[in-house]
Design a protein around this ligand. Sequence first.
Ligand code: PHE
Length: 524
Amino acid sequence: MGEAPVGDGKGAALTRRGLLVGIGAAGGAGAMYAAMGALGLAPSAQSKEFTAPRQGDFTLRGKGSAKVVILGAGVAGLTAAYELGKAGYDCTLLEAGQRAGGRNLTLRGGDRLTELNGPAQQVTLGEGGYFNAGPARIAPWMVTLDYCRELGIPIETFVNNNAAAYVHTNGRTTRARTARADMYGYVAELLAKATDLGALDKTLTKDDRDGLLEFLRRFGDLGPKLDYEGSDRRGFTKFPALDAGTPIPAPGTLHQVLAAGTGRAITNDFGYEQATPMFQPVGGMDAIVTRLQEAVGQDRIRTGAKVTKITTLDDGVEVVHTGGSVKADYCVAALPPHLLAKIPHNLGPQISAALATPVPIAAGKIGLEYGRRWWELEDRIYGGATETDLDITHIWYPSHGYHSERGLLVGYYNTEHEAELYGALTPEDRRRRALTQGKKIHGEKYRQNVLSSVSIAWERQEHIQGGWVRWPAFDSSFTLLQRPAGRVYFAGDWLTHLIAWQAGAMESARGAVTQLHQRVLQSP
Ligand code: PHE
C-alpha cells in the first residue's frame, strides 16, 4: 500500500497511516478499525478480496481470539479452521465420520468404504493407484488452486476434453473430433448459405456478411461453394506419415449427423466451469485434505462425533455430540443442509425451514483398474472423457501415469436417476453393468484385464447423503443462511453459486470466517 496523501493537498500532507494513528490514539482501536473501513483498508462485508484473520488484528484491541466449534471436517470446515487458525482462534472440529475430508475422498488399496444399507467394499487398487471418488477436477480461476499453491500441493493438468475420445449416442460410437467436425461443418454450411442467399440481409450489413462468411468457412472448414464435404479435422484411420494417410469415411448427410445426437460431447467444455485446461493435485485430490489437516492440527479434529443438538446462547454456543458436548464462543456449521435440518436446535423455525429447502442430488462413480492401458495403446486416448447417452453417462480416462502398466478408468460418473439406479445395485452388479455398457463403446477388451473396482454412491454415504444439493431457487432462504443465526454461522458449497465444487466450500468458509472475525473484533 502506498502512502497516498489524504485531503485537499493544502498544508501539511496527511498520510493515511498518520491519520489512522491519530484516530487510534483519540478514539481507540474500534474507531481506527471503522476509519480503516471507510478508507477501504479493512475488509468489509462488501469487499471481494479475502483477507485472512491475523494474530496482529487483535494487538491494538486488547482482546484475544475466540473459541470456535466447527461442525463437519469436510473442505468447508477444514478451510474455516485453517483460516481462523491463522489468527490463533481455538478451533475444535466435530466430525461424525472416521476421517476428515467429506466428499473429498481418494480411495487407495487397503481402504474400506462403507455404505448405508449396503455392503462395505474393500479397496484393492494396486500400489500407487488411486480413485478420486469425489471431486476430481479444478478450474484455474477457482480459489481451490490458491489453496493448492499456499499449501504446497503440486498440481498437473486434468484433461477435460480429448478429440480422440468418443461420443456414444443412439447406439453409435464416433470420435469426438469427428462429431465436432461434422456438427461445426454442417452448422457453418447452413448459416453460410443462408447468409449468401440474402436470408439475413435485414440483420446484416454487407461487411457483416463478409465477416461472417469468412468466419464460417474457417469454423466449418467449408469448400469454395460453402459446402461441407468433410475435412481432415474428422480424423484418419491411418494418420499421415510417409503417405497422406487414410481419412475416415466421408461424413453422413446433415440429416444423419443431426440424428446421431452428438451435441452433448461438443458443448461439454463450453461452460466457464469446465473449460480447458483444468487441474488435479498430483497423487490424489485428498492432498488438499491432508495438507489442511496438518495445518489445522490433527488434535483439533474429533472424529466419530456426531452432532445431536445445537444451542445458541447469549454468551456462546453449546453443541452436544455422541461423545459429549462442547462449549464455545461461536459455531461454524459446515454440514450438508439436509443433515443439519435434522439436528435439534434453538435457531428458530425460519432457519429450520431454510435448511430443509435444498434438495440432495444423488451422484455416483466407479473406478475400474486395468492391468493394461489399452485406451492409450489401442485407442490413443490420453486422458479426457467419452460422453455417452448410456446410464454410465461418462467414461473418464486417467490424466496421469501415462504409459505405466496399470491404470484406472472412471467407468461411470452419473447423477440423479442414473446414480440412484446404480446405487441400488450391489458393488458387483454395478461393476458388471458398467462393464457391459462400456463394452458397447470399446468392445470386448473393456471386460478384460480388470484387476479391481470400487464404486461410490454419495447418497448412501452415511454422514453426507448426497452428491450435492439443488436449491429450487436462490431465494431468501439461501441468503438467510449466509448470515449467522445467533452465534451459529453456516458454511458449505451449498451456500454459494459454486455448488458441487470445492471452491464453493472454500469461498463459503471464507465468508463465514470474515463475518465471524469482524464480529469478534467489534464486540465490546
Ligand atoms: N464439479 C462437478 C464436476 O465437475 C459437478 C459439476 C459438473 C458442477 C458440471 C458443475 C458443472 O463434475
